[in-house]
Write a protein that binds this ligand. Structure first.
Ligand SMILES: Cc1ncc(COP(=O)(O)O)c(C=O)c1O
Length: 483
């Protein structure tokens, strides 16, 4: 490792060397460098198929890395200011679940905001850990859930001194950050691990003037979606660890659910992207922010829309804001976020990241061109002119605090029956219901179904939100506890 620097990409370099060796494959994958599946090879390209290979000595093994993957992981750790890092090929979902499975076993408590991604609540089902939810503050104008306030976390710690860990979003999908440093210090004072979901925060590690990162705040673990703002291939992520985490045990935890056939396309994309960010991240994200700021001010000029930013900061539940996020409140033009999302795609050939009841999020990155940003701005102006209407009768409530009656695991595995949505009020749900994205459950297993939640689900479906989570693919029925 001594001779390696951030200019190296050990997995990528090993693959290039391997390609030159022209080794005859009598191993999997069976497409044999693409020759056995020409339609796929024509579609993806020979270069891609040539490096879709299996683990072998010269290329190391993700499940037990000792050479090039180990080196690449050490370079990643260095780039992110972590003690250790793991390459993850099961998305950030896999990273989130691994850090929870490391911290908690059956019956252990974990303090977390309720507006976590589904992967975190899924981990409660996998481990049998018990979530202690901190209901996030809500911005009632925008209808969005914010961060956890420090006093709420203090209260949760006082009520649950035996909790093993605290989980924090840094930032939320909308760009909102809690006071990560204070919460981390508080957790550590009480002997709790700090696990941070940084799916939307890769760029914090490389850009300037971004909110503090998990590793800089002294958190114990962070799940980082390199495939979001970091530029790597979809499904590739990093799990970062602080010095108090036993990385060798973490590797065993990861291997409980990780594939034994990790894709070298994903691994090399992580390696190359880490190098790119380590060498040029500052510039890359300065450009991203410049584009986001430009778009934000032009969109606010249109009127009606509200592209929000750091003015929301309140020193607590919005301790900081990620200015690279272009989150826009749409209700004043009489359209739900999801309607604007659909109109942008159907009428203007523009695909944005997500639309919910009151907001849209356009994902800005260095891959955007000025003319694409202009196109987005003018499409939004035209949507307001062509489709805007009165905003009376628009549902504004985005986040509904859940009534938790059962742990997610118990509810998920309990005897259950299926009820039509309209008859489900008063029962306890045994499955998830969520709009995806953002993937924050409206209902999680073990939560009471209320008339308000049914109304929300009906409204979200009617407006065209992509609903997921239920056994019934049409979301016309819900599984409830059979008691
Ligand atoms: C906050 C958050 N955490 C975790 C994830 C899971 O990431 P992945 O889709 O890479 O599994 C997502 C996905 O969007 C997310 O938004």
């Amino acid at each position: 490792m001594a001779e390696l620097s951030q200019t190296n990409a050990p997995i990528y370099e090993a693959l290039r060397k391997f390609r030159r060796m022209r080794v005859v494959p009598f191993d999997v994958p069976g497409h044999k460098r693409g020759r056995g599946n020409m339609e796929l090879t024509e579609f993806l390209g020979e270069d891609c198929m040539n490096v879709d290979v299996n683990s072998m000595k010269p290329l190391d093994n993700l499940c037990h890395p000792v050479s090039v993957i180990k080196d690449a992981e050490m370079l990643a750790a260095e780039a992110f200011g972590a003690a250790n890092a793991f390459f993850m090929v099961g998305g950030t979902t896999s990273a989130v679940q691994s850090m929870i499975m490391y911290a908690c076993k059956e019956g252990d408590k974990i303090i977390m905001p309720r507006n976590v991604h589904r992967s975190a609540i899924n981990a409660m089902i996998l481990t049998g850990a018990v979530p202690v939810y901190v209901n996030p503050d809500v911005n009632h104008q925008l209808g969005i859930a914010l961060g956890m306030s420090v006093s709420q976390v203090e209260q949760a710690i006082r009520d649950n001194p035996d909790a093993k860990a605290i989980m924090i979003n840094n930032p939320t999908y909308y760009g909102i950050c809690s006071d990560l440093q204070r919460i981390t210090d508080l957790a550590h004072e009480h002997g709790m691990l700090v696990l941070v979901d940084e799916a939307h925060g890769t760029h914090f590690y490389f850009g300037e003037n971004f909110p503090i990162t998990a590793m800089a705040a002294g958190a114990d673990c962070a799940s980082v979606s390199m495939h979001k703002s970091g530029g790597s291939l979809t499904q590739s992520s990093f799990l970062l660890m602080g010095k108090n985490i036993n990385a060798d045990y973490m590797r065993q935890v990861i291997n409980l659910t990780q594939t034994t056939s990790a894709s070298y396309l994903l691994l090399s994309s992580l390696d190359i992207s880490r190098k790119r960010l380590a060498l040029g991240g500052r510039e890359i994200f300065a450009q991203t922010v410049e584009m986001a700021e430009y778009a934000r001010s032009e969109i606010n000029e249109i009127g009606g829309y509200y592209a929000y930013s750091r003015e929301l900061i309140n020193g607590d539940s919005i301790y900081d804001f990620d200015v690279s996020k272009l989150s826009i409140y749409t209700l004043p033009i009489g359209l739900a976020g999801i309607e604007v999302y659909d109109l942008l795609r159907d009428e203007y050939d523009i695909q944005i990241e997500f639309g919910d009841i009151g907001n849209v999020l356009a994902y800005i990155s260095v891959g955007d061109r000025k003319r694409d940003i202009e196109r987005l701005i003018s499409a939004l102006a035209e949507i307001k002119r062509r489709f805007g209407k009165s905003s009376a009768h628009m549902l504004t409530q985005e986040y509904i605090s859940p009534v938790v009656t059962e742990t997610p695991r118990k509810a998920f595995y309990a005897p259950k029956r299926s009820l039509p949505l309209e008859e489900a009020a008063g029962h306890v749900c045994s499955e998830f219901v969520m709009c995806y994205p953002p993937g924050i459950p409206i209902l999680a297993p073990g939560e009471l179904i209320t008339p308000e939640i049914i109304e929300y689900i009906r409204y979200a479906k009617e407006k065209g939100c992509q609903m997921t989570g239920t056994e019934d693919i049409k979301i016309e029925r819900l599984n409830v506890l059979d008691i």
